[in-house]
Design a binder for this molecule. Sequence first.
Ligand SMILES: NC(=O)c1ccc[n+]([C@@H]2O[C@H](COP(=O)([O-])OP(=O)(O)OC[C@H]3O[C@@H](n4cnc5c(N)ncnc54)[C@H](OP(=O)(O)O)[C@@H]3O)[C@@H](O)[C@H]2O)c1
Length: 290
Amino acid sequence: MKEKNSITPHTKVLCIIGNPIEHSMSPTMHNAAITNLRLDYIYLAFKIMPNNLNFAVKGIRAFNIIGINVTLPFKQKIMKYLDEIDPMAKKIGAINAIKNDEGYLTGKNTDADGGLNALRNEGFKIKGKNILLLGAGGAARALSIKMAENVNKIVIVNRTLKRAINLSQTIRKYFGINSEAKQLNKNILSEECKKADIIINTTPIGMYPNVDESPIPPECLHEDLIVYDIVYNPIETKLIIDANQKGCKTLGGLDMLVNQGAIAFEWWTNKKPNTSLMKSKIIEFLGINK
Ligand SMILES: NC(=O)c1ccc[n+]([C@@H]2O[C@H](COP(=O)([O-])OP(=O)(O)OC[C@H]3O[C@@H](n4cnc5c(N)ncnc54)[C@H](OP(=O)(O)O)[C@@H]3O)[C@@H](O)[C@H]2O)c1
C-alpha cells in the first residue's frame, strides 16, 4: 500500500465491493503489487448493503474509481448496471472485475482465466480430459464454461441437482461437448472418480473453520487423478492432504486467487504485478488472521 502521506489528489482508486468483505484478501495482495511497482494507486474494500448496489455503481462513476473487483453476492446482480460485458462473462453469467474508462463500465470474469492459468502453470493439461466438477455455483460456472472449449467431458455433481442440470445444459448448448449432471452422494462420487482424469472441487466443503471436512471420501481417490481444490483457506485442505496421501497430483486454490487478481490488476493498470509477492502476502495474511 502507498505510504499515507504519499496519497495525493492524483492517486487512483481501485477497490473490491461485496458483503461480507472483512475477510477479503484482495486489498492485501493488490496493495502489495502497487507498492512493489511504485504505482500511484490505492486499493480499498467497501461493504455494500444489497439494496444499495445501484448507488454503489453510481458512486464508482461519480468518484472515478477505475478498477473494481466484485464478490459475493453481487457477481450476477451488478451486470445489468454495466455498459458492456465481455463475451466469455456473458456465457458464464457473472463478472468479478470492472474497468471504468471515463464512466464507461466494462465487466469481465477473471475467475475463469485465473483458475485455468493456475492449472496450466503447474503443467496440468486439460485438452481431451474427463473432468469431474463438484459444485454448480459461480466458480463452477466460470471454470467449466471456460474449460469446455478444450476438454472431452464434464460431469457436474451438485447437492442441488437442478443447478447441475442447468449448467450441463449450458455447456452442451455452447460447446456441444459431452456433459452430465448428477446428485452429490458417496455412490456417485465413487463411480465418477474411477472415470475422471481431473477432479475440481468448487464447493466450500473443507473451508475454514470446517477444516476437517472433505467433499470426497479418501477411498474414492486414486493415484491417476489430478485433484484441484479451489478453496484457499486453509491453503492445504483435507481434500488436498488426502489426495497427496493417495499419490494424486494436486493443486490448491491460492494460485487461482492470485491469478484472477493479477489478470484484473494488469487490465486496470497495464502493468504486470509480481504474483509471487502477492501469493506470499496472502500466506502471511492467512497466518495472522486465524
Ligand atoms: N481460489 C479462488 O480464487 C476462488 C474463486 C472463487 C471461489 N472460490 C471458492 O469456491 C467456493 C465456491 O464459491 P462460489 O462463488 O462458486 O459459491 P456459490 O456460487 O455459492 O456456489 C457454491 C456451490 O457449493 C455447493 N455447496 C455449498 N455448500 C455445500 C455443502 N455444505 N455441501 C455440498 N455442496 C455445497 C453449492 O451447492 P447448491 O447448489 O446445492 O447450493 C454450490 O454448488 C468457495 O469456497 C470460494 O471461497 C475460490
